[in-house]
Design a protein around this ligand. Structure first.
Ligand code: GLA
Length: 392
């Protein structure tokens, strides 16, 4: 994965679209990837998350297809696939087409029939590194197709369409966080989402003295998929023992009462989720007060809990997080933690802006020296959520 990315926009995708299809797109839409600042593995427990949208986006350009068939190109340089309209809302090959098929199916369930389209996709969201390139793809596709059909589908509904696509067409049992922030993100704001009722609060992140630093661990462990589903199952088991509909309703007191019954594993899984919800609240409060030290403490607590109680980190990611405390410029780092589903992927850190490039440089050097792994980083600010870039 490479975190240093080229610029993409309606202007960059249009000439490619014309070259491939011989006519112009009538709609171009975009939706971003995300980095989660805090609130990990809480979304599918009806809890709280606090992500922000990236400036890295997935761009989808569409126009009516003159052939009576769908013609889709997965990314620049890909070959074109042709799909019969009758098959476009069913799972199929190639695998990536399921993201589009799923969205077409979910729009259909809402009474929106997508006619055959020519479609070209481009993205500068790094793939496979836990920055939600898939959510960006789903929400961008949904935003483009809804605009193309003149259908009014709210951002939250577009997020739900993306999530249902993951569940039914991609076989990933994800929560709602990634699609939600991709659809509802706002420039210069993080977003605190209550996953129980999907109400949310935008939290300004405009302090020029604080930057968000994302560093890729450059590892992706293969146990990831099974590991995620297994964690969900542990949480469900804990709920059954605690007698609550979701871990959102559980408290640390309840947990202590049922400690023996829960057993060590479920006890620790539930302790992570309950504690993480509390940390999201204190992080949100701290950011609103400009109290970056306290925000950093919540991030450190989150990482420790994900590592020891939820067990979704890995040696490389732990190394990056501990390096943030060990490099010469460590005093410029407020806090660092793994971000996303885990088992590899990226870390996120809040860093004093005047030192952020130096911190990144020292982190990469130390990581290479200690683990022999070359990697990349991104210094970023909260970007804008899904939007139509162009409509003829
Ligand atoms: C993945 C999922 C999200 C969320 C995170 C963990 O990114 O897609 O729904 O569960 O993992 O916080």
């Amino acid at each position: 994965m490479d975190l240093e990315q080229r610029e993409i926009s309606a202007e960059t995708i249009t000439p490619y679209f014309e070259r491939y299809f011989g006519h112009k797109p009538t709609v171009v839409a975009a939706s971003p990837g995300r980095v989660n600042l805090i609130g990990e593995h809480t979304d599918y427990n009806n809890g709280f998350v606090l992500p922000m949208a990236l400036n890295n986006i997935n761009v989808v350009a569409v126009a009516p297809s003159p052939t009576g068939k769908h013609r889709w190109i997965g990314s620049l340089g890909d070959t074109m696939i042709e799909i019969d309209p009758a098959d476009a809302s069913k799972p199929g090959e190639p695998f990536w087409s399921n993201y589009v098929r799923g969205v077409i199916c979910m729009l259909g369930r809402r009474g929106v029939q997508v006619p055959p389209v020519d479609m070209l996709i481009d993205s500068n969201v790094p793939r496979g590194g836990g920055l939600s390139s898939s959510a960006a793809f789903e929400v961008a596709t949904c935003t483009a197709l809804a605009a193309f059909c003149g259908a009014d589908i709210s951002p939250t509904d577009r997020a739900l369409i993306g999530q249902a696509t993951e569940h039914e067409f991609v076989n990933v049992p994800c929560g709602i966080m990634d699609q939600f922030i991709s659809a509802n993100g706002r420039k210069d704001h993080a977003l605190m989402l209550d996953c129980k009722d999907l109400s949310y609060k935008l939290i300004p992140m405009t302090d020029p003295n604080v930057s968000v630093l994302v560093i890729d661990s450059a590892v992706k462990h293969s146990l990831a998929d099974g590991g995620y589903a297994a964690r969900r199952k542990n949480c469900e088991d804990a709920c059954a023992i605690l007698g609550v509909p979701s871990l959102r309703e559980a408290t640390l007191e309840m947990l202590e009462e049922k400690k023996a019954e829960l057993g060590d594993l479920c006890y620790r899984r539930a302790r992570h989720v309950i504690g993480e919800n509390l940390r999201v609240a204190s992080f949100a409060e701290a950011v609103q007060q400009g109290d970056w030290e306290s925000a950093g403490i919540a991030m450190r607590g989150s990482h420790a809990s994900l590592k020891d109680d939820f067990e979704v980190s890995c040696a490389e990611v732990d190394k990056l997080v501990s390096l943030a405390d060990e490099i010469p410029s460590a005093s410029a780092v407020y806090g660092a933690r793994m971000t996303g589903g885990g088992f590899g992927g990226c870390i996120v850190a809040l860093v004093k802006s005047d030192s952020v490039e130096q911190v990144a440089k020292e982190m990469l050097e130390a990581y290479r020296k200690e683990l022999g792994i070359e990697t990349t980083y991104l210094v970023t600010r909260p970007g804008e959520g899904a939007r139509v870039l162009y409509k003829a």
